[in-house]
Write a protein that binds this ligand. Structure first.
Ligand code: KG4
Ligand code: ZN
Length: 351
């Protein structure tokens, strides 16, 4: 089985060809970082135009590299949401057009399901498993029971973890995108110099919150001599990173206990999303997993961040179950994986 995947929901334009034997035949990921850098964040209209400009070429290059024609495909999968709606529309329209012209089934993929199922592409993992999804737009803990079957154990009530990294990096003058810059700065810093809060630590639920921590960092930075010295910026970064890692560890420990109780056959903790690149977080999660009786599994970084192989793979998983979509599928700016989960209460709730 051969599926073309298309991803355009945020600031990466991507195409990939994946087989049901878990092989990525060819893929392209074009980052728009340089387009958005002058603005210090993703500008939706710029993102949509860039997707439109590049997506056809990236698909053509992917098909050519694999030596495939549209007639060889079994289906076409495109991210149908959640995400920035202009970009999602570009990907969905492109996917539908190819499906219609080549007379192939069309699959609208939930971007989060793409992240959630990546570990099955990279390691053939069985259900169920516990998933921590930490990206610029999402911060969730889910029990993955099967394709289309998710139980949300926790979510952020305000910012996503990556969003907090980006905002703190901006406040500390570290540039964009913030996560990698902040991690680099933290390497030369003292995580114990400043006392910062560990948000939600000890709470009985598995939810996250980062806006209080972000605010504490803002007040701390304002109290320091301006402009920040390199050492102050490093110490603030190290303190923030340690606070995030410890807060996430507490939430994951709690979720792992719930997961082990309800899904005792589950053996793995999977981490996905761009923040999974963070070394301290990975080390912390490996320890938490060990203490909780779950083995940490982190897909290779290029498949943790936004890409189209995960969309093609989710397409294969859905297609195998006969879950195809109609050509009148409407792009969805919001699309929770667990629609039965109660709305999280907090400012700026995303999912
Ligand atoms: O999954 P992703 O590529 O895009 C989506 O948000 O969907 O994640 C990007 C996020 C950004 O917020 C970025 O700052 C963060 O992941 N990030 C990191 C690191 N590398 C990327 N955060 C902390 N440490 C890193 N090394
Ligand atoms: Zn993503």
């Amino acid at each position: 089985m051969l599926v073309l995947g298309i991803e355009t929901s945020c600031d990466e334009t991507a195409a990939a060809l994946v087989t049901d034997s878990r092989t990525v035949l060819a893929e392209r990921v074009l980052s728009q970082l340089d387009d958005h850098r002058p603005y210090g964040g993703v500008v939706p209209e710029i993102a949509a135009r860039a997707h439109l400009h590049h997506v056809d070429r990236l698909i053509a290059e992917t098909m050519a590299e694999a030596g495939c024609a549209f007639s060889d495909l079994d289906a076409v999968a495109a991210t149908g949401g959640p995400g920035l709606i202009g970009g999602v529309i570009v990907g969905v329209m492109t996917g539908k057009a190819i499906a219609l012209a080549a007379d192939k089934p069309f699959l609208a993929i939930n971007h989060l399901e793409g992240h959630a199922l990546t570990a099955r592409l990279t390691s053939g993992l069985d259900f169920p498993y516990l998933l921590l999804l930490v990206s610029g737009g999402h911060c969730q803990l889910l029990a993955v029971e099967g394709v289309g079957r998710y139980c949300r154990l926790g979510t952020t009530i305000d910012d996503a973890a990556g969003e907090a990294f980006d905002k703190v990096a901006k406040m500390a003058g570290l540039g964009y995108p913030g996560g990698p810059a902040l991690e680099r700065a933290a390497a030369g810093g003292d995580p114990t110099r400043f006392a910062l809060p560990r948000p939600m630590k000890g709470r009985p639920d598995c939810n996250f919150s980062f806006s209080g921590l972000k605010n504490a960092v803002r007040l701390l930075i304002e109290s320091l001599p301006q402009p920040l010295s390199a050492q102050d910026a490093a110490d603030v970064s190290a303190g923030f990173q340690a606070a995030v890692a410890e807060a996430i560890a507490d939430r994951v420990t709690r979720a792992a206990a719930q997961f082990r109780a309800r899904w005792p056959e589950g053996r793995h903790l999977v981490v996905s999303g761009g923040v999974a690149a963070n070394t301290l977080l990975r080390q912390t999660l490996a320890r938490v997993g060990e203490e909780s009786g779950l083995e940490l599994l982190a897909p290779p970084l290029r498949l943790c961040t936004d890409n189209a192989a995960m969309i093609a793979w989710a397409g294969i998983e859905r297609f195998r179950l006969g879950l195809i979509d109609d050509l009148d599928f409407a792009p969805r700016p919001r699309w929770p994986l667990d629609p039965t989960a109660p709305a999280a209460v907090g400012a700026g709730v995303k999912a």
